[in-house]
Design a protein around this ligand. Structure first.
Ligand SMILES: Nc1nc2c(ncn2[C@@H]2O[C@H](COP(=O)(O)OP(=O)(O)OP(=O)(O)O)[C@@H](O)[C@H]2O)c(=O)[nH]1
Ligand SMILES: [Mg+2]
Length: 172
């Protein structure tokens, strides 16, 4: 019987969770985007429940990919969605005013994964916003006693997203 693993994508609104899952899912992903009523975010749609995609690996294993909503008011869904997951991909959006402070919120929200090293940190939009650099994230994670792999990733690029998954599966 083939094995299945659940992987969670988390990060702020507009970080690219829905985009990343759409790039690698073999079946059309199920998304629950609606018109964005929250004017703090300059974004036409936002995910209110969860994204779901699937990806089969060469060894016959199947990954079930879940994107959890970025808005803080939906953070209660995180814990439910993450039950039984193998690992978590935490996306930091470098265009935010203080992306490392925002990341803290997700590091705390997925504390059990972060503490046992079942997570990777992904930094996006580095092409236009090079600061903080990957090394800054590495240092911040070391300083808080939770070293995790840190990678640049453009969620629009399938190869970038597959590399991130590869690293996560290696550390989990
Ligand atoms: N240029 C650039 N665009 C990016 C990058 N990462 C994400 N984007 C774009 O930002 C948008 C992200 O949108 P979504 O994938 O809907 O983001 P989300 O994380 O699902 O957001 P919510 O569902 O609202 O929480 C997409 O239009 C992406 O193409 C990046 O590294 N560079
Ligand atoms: Mg989304």
């Amino acid at each position: 019987m083939s094995r299945e693993h659940k992987i969670i994508f988390a990060g702020p609104t507009g970080a690219g969770k829905t985009t990343a899952i759409a790039q690698i899912s073999e079946k059309p992903p199920v998304s629950t985007d609606v018109a964005n009523s929250d004017l703090r975010y300059g974004k036409a749609t936002t995910t209110v429940a969860i994204d779901f995609g699937e990806l089969a690996l060469d060894g016959g294993e199947k990954l079930r990919l879940y994107g959890v909503p970025g808005q803080h008011r939906f953070s209660f869904i995180w814990e439910i969605a993450a039950r039984g997951a193998l690992g978590v991909i935490l996306i930091a959006d470098n265009t935010l005013e203080d992306p490392m402070a925002e990341l803290q919120f997700y590091l705390e929200g997925f504390d059990s994964f972060v503490k046992r090293g079942a997570a990777v940190v992904v930094v996006n939009r580095l092409e236009t916003h090079p600061h903080p650099a990957e090394e800054d994230y590495v240092k911040m994670l070391m300083d808080r006693g939770t070293p995790l792999p840190v990678m640049a990733c453009d969620p629009r690029k399938k190869d970038d997203v597959l590399t991130v998954l590869d690293v996560l599966l290696t550390v989990c």
